[in-house]
Design a protein around this ligand. Sequence first.
Ligand code: AHR
Length: 659
Amino acid sequence: MRNGKIFLASLALASGLAASAATNNLVVKTNKIGAPISPTMYGIFFEDINYAADGGLYAELIKNRSFEFPQTFMGWNIFGNVKVLDDGPFDKNPHYVRLGNPGHAHKHTGLENEGFFGIGVEKDKEYRFSVWARTPDGGKAKIRVELTDPDTMGDKQAFTKQDLEIEGKEWKKYTLTLKAGKTEPKAHLRIFLVKPEGTVDLEHVSLFPVDTWNGHENGMRKDLAQKLADLKPGVFRFPGGCIVEGTDLATRYQWKNTVGPVENRPLNENRWHYTFPNRFYPDYFQSYGLGFYEYFLLSEEIGSEPLPILNVGLSCQYQNNKHDAHAWGEELQQYIDDALDLVEFANGPVDSEWGKVRAEMGHPEPFNLKYMGIGNEQWGEEYVEHLKPFIEAMRKAHPEIKIVGSSGPDSEGDKFDYLWPKMRELKADLVDEHFYRPESWFLAQGRRYDNYDRKGPKVFAGEYACHGKGKKWNHFNAALLESAFMTGLERNADIVEMATYAPLFAHVEGWQWRPDMIWYDNLESFPTSSYYVQQLYCNNAGTNVLPLTMDGKTIAGDEDQNGLFASAVIDKNNNTYIVKVANVGDQPQDLNITFDGMKKKASILGGKVVTLHSDVETAENSLENPSLIAPKESAIEVSGKEYSTTIGPKTFAVYTFNF
Ligand code: AHR
């Protein structure tokens, strides 16, 4: 055995921290291989909140690109002679603009888009501008397309420009590539008639970085999608959240409106428009440019199982829980059909109605959908009544699909206690639990799943986050407590099949909810401590649980356990044992980890430790300091069947042992 403890203990002493007197003796039973850990165990939940889709992951830089917002020019400034017409080429987005002669030699006609909190562009990077256009008189006309800095004190606002000639009465898609002349986080896009005597019609004005995630034209912002890929999430739940329900049923998320040509996906109001009066975002809509095809594709590309959540015929029960706000009786059939048709869209043959749509979009192969959530965070008898016919229809048509039901918005209490037995009766495959809870709750929940009934549905911890003291920012301590709590998920992998932190994304200027896992502005993004906790779990999930005890008991933060939470797994694919330990206390703790049950001649062959720590409980990463808190990795030397070390205070550590 080689001792890492001496070094760490002297470090602790040097920094004035004395390790606890008693060593914590952890024993891993290597020959008692326990429950398999589902490959879906640690995943992500994408919901369109906090400008996560338009203005976030979806790389489109133009807001209200089809002039369909209820206030036609929201996001646009117009000048000169600009008219709106509504007999455009796309029936679900009929509006377009006509730029005509301004009537004076020194005037101009055009319009300027403000983007989402501005348009972020980087010097020398390329941006693909596209527009559907025509000249109503069939002649030629020229428009100029410019990137401008509206706030500059310089002589000229435009820093990049190009002309585009439009010709003919037929609507056509025109594209050009702009190379940004400077880095500007809050640029505008300006378009105007070069010769005032021409007339031009414009529709679906779009600007994307050329360099999107995997180069898709209708693609994702690269830095944000990369952060998802780096997590290696096992499951990808989308698209919400409350947006699935809608403020009312008319504004619920309807996946069928989100597939097919992007120009003809109708606009939807986002439920998070209304957080009034606290934070009001009257321009928060869903262009559906990031739709179900894109979600499935992203899921495939980051190696996750897709888990779409569909509306169950109920609108958001928080916002609208009157009887007539929901669909009843025969009205429900449409919702059930949407669920069945989604299986066809994802998995059906290319000659089926919805499989054909998928194939035409570029993916003839199935997406291999296996799970579907019916209803988001629903509750009450009305949920049970609504869910039942969905389950019956799905079992009949697609017994292969695993159905996820809800346990309501609370981690315990009446709604929760009512729904769990009902989900058992309805034979849901998984039950989605949501808990946004304070630090005290997370500290007390180390054993939450130890006594769950193993015979019924599995658990999907579908939305959770520790909401720390004060203003609920992404404080380090909240993340540490999440890491501690997650040892209990892992230890109970026989009943917990999936877990996804929430929410995932937030724009620093457009958030409605916090804490969140990844924050960004128009150019930069940064991971929070919670992101790193999720990443450490995702990347070290292992294949099976191993029993891990301290003084004969599992380690779940009990009073006599010195602030420690821990779990152990084996990764059969990589021949490693992985021990995760969260020390939530403010004292370092000596650990002695013994690998019991290894063959006589076998031995641990070294390994590594990755730690996440901050001296300051309220510390957090930020745009200015994105790496203040980040995992630190070092090799550990160990041989034999035992390893001694000291885990620092307020530290989450993942020890990997090769065998
Ligand atoms: O994640 C934020 C919201 O929390 C979700 O939209 C909803 O499902 C839950 O109430």
